[in-house]
Design a protein around this ligand. Sequence first.
Ligand SMILES: [Zn+2]
Length: 195
Amino acid sequence: MEPITIAIIGGALLAAAAASGKSKGKASSKPTWPLVNAYTPRVPETGGRAFKASRPFSDVCNSDREHGGIDLSGNEGDRLVAMEDGVIVATQGWDGPMAKAILLQTDRGPVLLYGAVAPNSWKKFDVQVGTRVTQGQTIATLGVYPGGSTMLHFELYKKGTTKNSVWCEGKPQPENLLDPTEYLKSAIPESKSKA
Ligand SMILES: [Zn+2]
């Protein structure tokens, strides 16, 4: 329920529902940075692996592929948080036994894919498919890629997506895959944005 503000001014009764903000908690239109304990501004202009960077041969593509997300460096066990309110809609295999992915359908529309998540780490936080989560809530921890690296590989999708799409080199960008660059930049913490 929206909060209602009622004021009597000069005999007139003015009732105004707060048009913005949420019905509970602190209202924020700015997404929360997805990695706790680690802020590395590896969005593309600072040298991180960018959206559409060339990646090695893929069996799925039978060719090289395009990078469908952005990589943010982090350490195994770093906590991942919901960038916005929403519902966990899927978990899936990602790359090897210690690197899974979890997908969050935001209330606002886009779907967030967090890659290289530790298997079942969501269970430690009482999160599973169907769980409603609130902005800033821990949903999982970082896992380990087969080669030993640890990073958040972040992808952004259109509403309704429940599985990643592979982008093969020379092919059009998958219809439901979005460039997450501006979205991640909008989530850079205030204290870091001038650095
Ligand atoms: Zn990546």
